[in-house]
Ligand binder design. Structure first.
Ligand SMILES: Nc1ncnc2c1ncn2[C@@H]1O[C@H](COP(=O)(O)OP(=O)(O)OP(=O)(O)O)[C@@H](O)[C@H]1O
Length: 647
């Protein structure tokens, strides 16, 4: 889960770093609660005494009572053992009462820290959201409190019970300690050796879980963008990778849990077996039957349950506590989101979900758009757009070595079906668009116009054939390379909260003020920009009309250095005059323009018109297509009537 750890390098260590970070605040926390700790110690001493008395009572009931023929004495010693067992209840009650004095202040302090951290991050990255904060405030704080309570209970219980039981064994016969202690210590050592790798595995599992949750939240927030840009499969693939990563992390964790179970077996059962095997040896050293029975009682009744609980609690709760505390108390991860802020290299931390170069940026900024890649000479090399005259297509053509200009867009026998058995939407389509050309795509609703733009944009892979943009195959092309080749402006234009300048320069972050001014003039945005307070004025997406949003998205595309612009009904909310101004400006821009037209005027303005008609396609100048395609004649008839705004 490499991505999961991005931006959280302090979580990537093996646990010792976390321990170092947690230790000082933990010491301070405990130092302030000495009185509670002292009261806990008193109750724990009572627990040690109870453990001591149980085995001691059983041993003496046998040796001094039943085996010596004194049944009354035997029963009296058994009564002592019974009272010791019954005393366990009030002792545990006392322990729990004191425990609250540690766990509740811990919970309050963690909540305070989690809130402080979220506030600090919100201030560091205005507009950004720290989604992990919710998890820290609820789930993780509860995990920390419960784990801490479990740890205090079991650690303390183990130490005092083991002390009581070992003291009891020693008092019965020192040889008993010699037999019991080695397997007990061996199991404990094996268990302690698993703690560090187990903590690291636990940390990776938590990080994988958070990364998955974060991905789901980002994908949900960006659903419209994902659908509009056709990057759902890519996002799903990334989600599947995260699920696989989380599963792998859980498997590693399970592997270490198995090692710990083995340690539990050694520490928990080997002492009993060792004691059984050593009975002849012990008898030879004068260990009485009562002492042996008392030793078994110590093992079965006190020591082994304490070891079992200790290992379970320290292994699971201890590792969890360390990881969770480090997340809340340790250094804050670097902010991952710059919503409403133009991304600057290096790109934001965290795995990108939809690395597109579409001009609608609002929620795609949330899902990690890549840094805008340079094209046509790279960043900073583009001249001020408005200063450029409209070059003839041939003048803008770039000639490869063999002398023929490389086509801006080339489709060779492209077929697209949305399902294995589905009728193809496009069937063996050939198309060649020259550099600098302005092509209008028309056709009835549902004929495949958006499909064509997505194919050319490289966000949809063809079922067959080949698609090249500026000579490069776009199928399987790296995202940054696609971003350098084309900009796709869909019908739903998204803008993001930020300044007007940030919105306009999103695809060309180094644009000079003069470029922005020229763009505003060329696209007819002057009154809108003035109303918003100039280039430094704020854009609030909800307060803009669909037409205003489209104008901003078009201006953003205009400024982009990409050589190919794809407009998929991107001017549908503009009135005819505004549409004409925007389209003419975009056509004057150096580069190729492919427009899905929804008005006759838009088709007439283009150098050529592509009419999609079922699986047939006709392409040529407006007059030629008018003569050759009855569908185009029908469409122009509808447009002229004004009865259908849309083809
Ligand atoms: N993701 C998809 N899965 C299955 N079928 C789809 C998908 N996207 C589009 N289609 C189908 O493919 C055909 C072409 O759709 P497309 O959106 O490309 O047409 P269009 O010409 O752009 O239509 P409109 O002008 O209404 O936007 C339609 O029948 C549509 O239902």
């Amino acid at each position: 889960m490499s991505g999961a750890g991005d931006g959280r390098t302090h979580h990537a260590d093996d646990g010792s770093g976390a321990l170092r970070r947690i230790a000082p605040p933990a010491r301070r926390f405990l130092a302030r609660r000495r009185a509670v700790l002292a009261r806990l110690a008193v109750w724990s001493l009572a627990e040690a005494g109870q453990a001591f008395l149980v085995g001691y009572g059983v041993a003496h009931s046998v040796d001094q009572g039943f085996l010596a023929g004194d049944t009354r004495k035997g029963l009296s010693w058994l009564a002592v053992a019974l009272v010791a067992v019954l005393l366990g209840a009030p002792v545990i009650r006392g322990v729990f009462a004191e425990l609250a004095g540690l766990t509740e202040p811990l919970r309050d302090s963690l909540v305070r820290r989690a809130v402080d951290r979220s506030m600090a991050q919100a201030l560091d990255a205005p507009g950004g959201t720290d989604r992990a904060a919710v998890s820290r405030l609820t789930n993780q704080v509860e995990i920390a409190r419960d784990s801490f309570a479990g740890l205090v209970l079991t650690l303390r219980s183990f130490v005092f019970t083991a002390a009581g039981a070992l003291l009891g064994l020693f008092s019965l016969h020192p040889a008993l300690v010699v037999v019991v202690l080695p397997p007990l210590l061996g199991g404990l050592a094996l268990f302690l050796a698993t703690l560090r790798p187990m903590a690291a595995a636990q940390r990776r599992a938590l990080a994988a879980d958070e990364a998955l949750g974060d991905h789901a939240a980002r994908a949900r927030a960006a659903l419209r963008d994902l659908t509009a840009c056709g990057t759902g499969p890519e996002t799903a693939r990334h989600g599947a990778d995260l699920v696989a990563g989380a599963a792998a992390a859980s498997r590693v964790l399970a592997g270490w849990a198995a090692v710990r179970t083995a340690a539990l077996g050694v520490a928990g059962h080997l002492p009993v077996l060792a004691l059984l095997a050593a009975v002849p040896w012990l008898r030879g050293r004068g260990v009485t039957a009562g002492a042996l029975l008392g030793a078994f009682t110590y093992l079965v009744q006190s020591l082994l349950p304490a070891v079992h609980t200790l290992m379970t609690a320290l292994g699971a709760a201890g590792a969890r506590l360390l990881v969770v505390l480090d997340r809340i108390v340790g250094p804050a991860p670097s902010p991952t989101i710059t919503h409403g802020t133009r991304p600057k290299p290096p790109p934001p931390a965290g795995p990108p979900l939809t690395p597109l170069s579409v001009t609608d940026v609002g929620s795609t900024a949330d899902v990690g758009l890549p840094a805008v890649a340079p094209a046509l000479g790279g960043r900073g090399s583009s001249p001020a757009v408005a200063d450029l005259p409209r070059p003839a297509p041939t003048r803008r053509s770039r000639l490869p070595a063999h002398g023929r200009p490389t086509a801006a867009v080339e489709l060779r026998s492209v077929t697209l079906s949305y399902g294995v058995r589905a009728e193809p939407v496009l069937d063996s389509l050939d198309l060649c668009v020259a550099p600098g050309e302005h092509l209008a795509v028309v056709g009835p609703s549902g004929i495949g116009k958006s499909t064509l733009t997505r194919l050319v944009a490289g966000t949809l892979a063809p079922s067959g054939g080949e698609i090249r943009v500026a000579g490069r195959s776009v199928t399987g092309c790296a995202v940054a390379d696609l971003a350098a080749l084309r900009v796709l402006v869909p019908q739903e234009a998204y803008v993001f909260s930020g300044t007007v300048g940030d919105n306009l320069a999103y695809l060309r972050p180094d644009a000079a003020g003069a470029d922005l001014d020229a763009t505003v003039r060329a696209l007819g945005l002057r009154s809108l920009v003035a109303r918003l307070g100039g280039l430094d004025g704020s854009v609030r997406p909800d307060e803009l009309s669909p037409a205003e949003r489209q104008l901003i998205a078009l201006a953003r595309a205009y400024l982009s250095p990409a050589p190919l612009l794809l407009l998929d009904e991107a001017t549908c909310h503009l009135d005819p005059a505004a549409e004409a101004q925007a389209e003419e400006a975009l056509a004057r821009r150096p580069g190729t323009l492919l427009v899905v037209a929804h008005r006759l005027s838009s088709a007439v303005r283009a150098d050529r018109v592509l009419v999609l008609d079922g699986v047939q396609a006709v392409c040529g100048k407006h007059e030629e297509v008018l003569a050759r395609s009855s569908l185009y004649r029908d469409l122009t008839g509808h447009w002229n009537d004004g009865s259908h705004r849309k083809a």
